[in-house]
Ligand binder design. Structure first.
Ligand code: OGA
Ligand code: NI
Length: 348
């Protein structure tokens, strides 16, 4: 990635600013009440989560219960994997058939991202529809590709995935309560969850003012839990339209509402745009975990959250078909916008 290929260059209005606003007021939530039985502390926590989801769509959590060693292990294995030669990494590259593994050619909104990634399914096989075609009932089984090096890579990622699932379930209970729903309201959607981990590596970029590590986007899943290192670069679009940089907090996770929560909550909690800046001196690593319902789940506003005054704003859509359509457009640069939840919006 030495010379800057025009494929990486953002349109002027989407280029990052080199001076930035650092997350003033960005919510930092202490999850320790979850490990106690203090009812009023939990109620306070539920309120905080609800407020953060509504006002930001993003928050950081501390005292989340994920053992630090597990995070350090995936960080160091990720570094070891990406340090290898391109030739080595390409032995586990993704192809049109093997959609998990390594690649360095992702595009977000048709501009190339300044990054290389490794995708892992948390549960194997991951099941997704073979094609976006609604009449095609075929389901594909996806398997991970595992590199030979580092030697414990597989175990590290699998262990980490289980920790993330536990944390995501706890967060969903808080989100349910914050919407006035029973804590277990979302459980059934995640019975056969289809979640993934992505290892992101953003190499130093000679022109950080022209490119982005990940272009502006919203996460299409239900909930994302991101571990970022101490370099920083994640920016979130605040509700007033300003891009705000999320200051790295050691051992914290950054949580964000994905498109599916937006639909379930009938827009009460919105999925927010974010992007990652790159840096001319430092490489950066991050590890998002994407928590997703099973492929067969139909996503639509929850009945408890809609009524005559507040009718459903979306038509139901199938989670798997949505992903299948996205996957097709992510694999290659296409001259069409990829599928968005707005395509299911009922116009009023
Ligand atoms: C993503 C993402 C941000 C980051 O991978 O969806 O938003 O800071 N990553 O790596
Ligand atoms: Ni994202």
């Amino acid at each position: 990635m030495g010379k800057v290929d025009p494929a990486f260059i953002q349109e002027p209005e989407h280029r990052p600013r080199i001076s930035y606003i650092e997350g003033e007021g960005f919510p930092l939530i202490d999850l320790s009440p979850l490990h106690s039985n203090n009812v009023s502390a939990i109620e306070g926590l539920v309120k905080e989560v609800g407020k953060a989801c509504k006002e930001w769509g993003f928050f950081q959590v501390i005292n989340h219960g994920v053992p630090l060693e597990k995070r350090q292990k995936i960080d160091s294995d990720s570094r070891k994997f990406f340090e290898q030669s391109l030739e080595e990494k390409r032995k586990v590259r993704r192809t049109e058939k093997l959609v998990l593994g390594y690649y360095d050619t992702e595009h977000t909104k048709n501009v190339r991202d300044w990054k290389e990634v490794f995708d892992i399914a948390v549960e194997e096989p991951a099941l997704i529809p073979a094609s976006p075609d609604p009449d095609d009932k075929e389901i594909t089984e996806l398997y991970n590709q595992w590199p030979e090096y580092p030697p414990e890579f597989r175990e590290t990622c699998q262990d980490y995935g289980q920790e993330m699932v536990k944390l995501a379930c706890k967060l969903f209970e808080l989100i349910a309560l914050s919407l006035g729903l029973p804590a277990d309201r979302f459980h059934s959607f995640f019975k056969d969850h289809n979640s993934s981990i992505r290892l992101n590596h953003y190499p130093p970029c000679p022109t950080p003012e022209l490119a982005l590590g990940v272009g502006r986007h919203k996460d299409g899943g239900a909930l994302t839990i991101l571990a970022q290192d101490d370099v920083g670069g994640l920016e979130v679009k605040r509700k007033d339209g300003e891009w705000v940089r999320v200051k790295p907090t050691p051992d914290a996770y950054i949580v964000n509402v994905g498109d599916i929560i937006q639909v379930w909550s009938n827009d009460k909690y919105e999925s927010v745009e974010h992007r990652a800046m790159v840096n001319s001196e430092k490489e950066r690593f991050s590890v998002p975990f994407f928590f997703n319902p099973a492929h067969y789940i139909m996503i639509k506003p929850l009945e408890e959250l809609t009524n005559e005054q507040n009718p459903a704003k979306y038509r139901a859509y199938n989670r798997g078909k949505f992903t299948a359509s996205r996957r097709r457009s992510n694999f290659q640069k296409l001259n069409v916008e990829n599928l968005q939840i707005s395509h299911f919006r009922i116009s009023d």
